[in-house]
Design a protein around this ligand. Structure first.
Ligand SMILES: NC(=O)c1ccc[n+]([C@@H]2O[C@H](COP(=O)([O-])OP(=O)(O)OC[C@H]3O[C@@H](n4cnc5c(N)ncnc54)[C@H](OP(=O)(O)O)[C@@H]3O)[C@@H](O)[C@H]2O)c1
Length: 270
């Protein structure tokens, strides 16, 4: 049997084992998928032990996505531009790093929700690791522009600079977006995990704006509640992105794209 695992700290909350177990059942593949808690400074040893004991692939989550990229012998263009890795394929002679987060978000928006990003204005609130991973795949959908705002303005400017050749992308001071309406608002801060939300005025959205929170479950509630109160009619959390990024990992490891829709429905009904 082939073995896979998700590595992180904390890790008990991870839905990845349930998602991959359902993918395996739906595609008729036989595999095991476990959670591995990694102590700080122990990622290399944990991955090496796993690979040497026959592990075929790993998902990487907080806080190891950047470190994991450095440990791999090869990286895909997506992982290089994201500066992070959430998916490793172990081969006899190499460890290949990939980043499927952005593909997962775009899949959820365009395939699950049936939305087009072409010629749309997108505001991304927050410029951490997740945002670095989603900008490339979002720009590949040819939006009119992506505007980045972040508490630490310098990080937004650095991101805009690194993706300059990929499309129209700018970093703005927080207050300059106050009276600008967007087709999509993507919330990508970690504030929801502590029950907080960024200070964004309702003037940034119109009734047609799609509001997407990368977080899911309780962590998505504060921002989505703000959006509903501000008049948003279209909104969702990031559970679809989570399931879809897992599907792209599964595809890389097993050579087949598993069905996302039934697994997302099952995860929503848990
Ligand atoms: N659905 C999925 O598959 C998926 C995948 C990846 C991530 N996510 C979610 O995406 C979110 C971001 O993850 P990440 O990995 O990018 O986190 P991260 O690298 O830690 O970045 C955190 C972001 O939140 C901002 N922030 C933190 N505290 C703040 C505060 N008090 N006020 C204003 N801004 C604050 C940070 O701003 P500064 O730069 O100023 O510190 C930064 O932009 C998380 O909720 C995570 O769960 C979901």
């Amino acid at each position: 049997m082939d073995h896979y695992a998700v590595f992180g700290n904390p890790i008990a909350h991870s839905l990845s084992p349930d998602i991959h177990t359902q993918f395996a059942q739906l595609t008729g593949h036989t595999l095991s998928y476990t959670r591995i808690l990694v102590a700080p400074g122990e990622l290399q040893k944990a991955l090496t032990d796993f690979a040497e004991s026959g592990g075929r692939g790993a998902n990487i989550t907080v806080p190891f996505k950047t470190e994991a990229l450095q440990l791999c012998t090869r990286a895909t263009p997506l992982a290089i531009e994201a500066g992070a890795c959430n998916c490793i394929s172990f081969h006899a002679s190499e460890w290949v790093a990939d980043c499927t987060d952005g593909l997962g978000l775009v899949y959820d928006l365009t395939q699950q929700l049936q939305l087009s990003l072409a010629q749309k204005r997108i505001l991304i609130v927050g410029c951490g690791g997740a945002t670095r991973g989603i900008i490339g795949p979002l720009l590949a959908e040819h939006p009119t522009e992506i505007v980045l705002i972040n508490r630490t303005m310098q990080k937004a400017e650095q991101l805009a600079e690194s993706f300059q050749s990929h499309g129209t992308l700018s970093a703005c001071p927080w207050h300059t977006v106050l009276f600008s309406e967007f087709d999509f608002i993507i919330h990508a801060t970690s504030l929801g995990h502590t029950g907080q939300l960024p200070d964004l005025p309702p003037t940034t959205l119109s009734p047609t704006t799609w509001v997407y929170d990368l977080s899911y479950g309780k962590a998505a509630e504060p921002f989505l509640q703000w959006a509903i109160t501000a008049g948003a009619r279209h909104y969702t959390d990031g559970l679809g992105m989570l399931v879809a990024q897992a599907a792209f990992s599964f595809e890389r490891w097993r050579g087949i794209m598993p069905p996302v829709k039934p697994v997302l429905a099952a995860m929503r009904n848990r």
